[in-house]
Structures are given as C-alpha cells and as structure tokens.
Ligand binder design. Structure first.
Ligand SMILES: O=P(O)(O)OC[C@H]1O[C@H](OP(=O)(O)OP(=O)(O)O)[C@H](O)[C@@H]1O
Length: 177
C-alpha cells in the first residue's frame, strides 16, 4: 500500500493513500484511537485560538480533539453536533452536510439545550481535517443558527486547496494525490 509520511507536532505518521475517485486519492488521517497525536496537537491549536467560551465540533473524528482543546483551555464543557437525531435531543436544529469522504448527503444536528448554551457566546469550531470545507461550512451555519459567534475555525490539517485558506488555523498542510 502506498503511504504518505506526515510530520505534525513533532510526530510522524505513515498515512495510507486511498482512492476516492478515478482522479482523486487522499491520505487517510484518523485521529480516533491516536491519543498521542491528540495530546500533542491540541495545545498547539489552543495556543493559536483567540479567547473562546466554547469549543464546538461535529461527530465523529473531531470529538477527541475538541475534548482535549477544551481541557487545555480549562473549559468545563464542549459541544458536539451530531449526524443523526438522538432520543435525548429536544427540538434539534439542523443543516445539510457533505464532506470529501462521505458522498451521500447528510445532516448535522444540534440539541436545543446546546444551542441555548452557546447563544451569544464566542465559539471556536474545530475538526481533525478541513478538505473541501463543506463540513466546516455546515457546522458554521448550524452554530450561527444557534445565535453563537464563530470567532475561530481550526483543524490539525488543511487538505488540498484548504492550505491556501486564510480563515482557518491549522498546523500542517496535507496534499491530495
Ligand atoms: O472539508 P470536508 O471535505 O468536509 O472534509 C473534512 C471532514 O471529513 C471528515 O469527516 P467524515 O465526513 O469522514 O466524517 P466522520 O468524522 O464522521 O468520520 C473529517 O473528519 C472532516 O470532518
């Protein structure tokens, strides 16, 4: 299997290159289960953030990073937007979502209790990777629908053209193939 050698936060990972379509392959970066990479990257991202009241992510791969950044920032809570409605959710708010790895259209949901918590607050959106930016854009729409102020958008990696974006904080660029 072909791999791409990623260097981030002083760590090295061999990422498998996977084919998404006839003309696009990506290096698969999965932080779920990788305690070390989350532990090392979270403080580096936290340091680059302005003052925030909440860290917000969308499930699934952003969750450990949002947890760790919140911990570093001494925030007692963080917010996770879900990709399905859960029984415990009251009047969830929703937006449409597409991402580079998920072809079918999905939705992002925010529990109304969480929406109330973040209303009028300063929020940092975080994710493991920003690629097409569709996931981040959907999360931003959702959070703005909740009446929160998005003051920063951050990821460990900016993939493909996302490396040229000036509106996101990221640690390393990741090429596409
Ligand atoms: O910038 P984009 O093109 O939207 O791609 C980036 C998004 O894609 C991946 O999530 P994925 O859709 O694989 O979902 P998962 O975290 O639930 O596995 C990744 O964790 C980002 O959230």
């Amino acid at each position: 299997m072909k791999t791409y050698t990623l260097h981030v936060a002083g760590l090295t990972r061999e990422l498998p290159i996977i084919k998404l379509s006839y003309d696009l392959s990506i290096a698969s970066f999965v932080i779920l289960g990788d305690t070390e990479i989350v532990k090392k990257t979270a403080p580096m991202i936290a340091k680059k953030l302005p003052e925030v009241d909440f860290v917000v992510t969308a499930e699934a791969k952003g969750i450990p990073l949002a947890y760790e950044i919140s911990k570093v920032l001494n925030l007692d809570e963080y917010i996770v937007a879900r990709k399905s409605v859960k029984a415990y959710m009251e009047e969830p708010i929703e937006v449409e979502l597409h991402s580079i790895t998920t072809t079918d259209s999905q939705k992002l949901y925010l529990n109304n209790l969480d929406a109330k918590k973040i209303k009028g607050k300063r929020v940092a959106l975080v994710d493991d990777v920003v690629s097409t930016g569709q996931s981040l854009k959907a999360l931003e729409r959702l959070i703005e629908k909740a009446g929160a102020n998005v003051v920063a958008k951050a990821a460990i990696l900016a993939e493909g053209d996302a490396k040229d974006r000036k509106d996101i904080i990221f640690l390393e660029a990741l090429p596409t193939f």
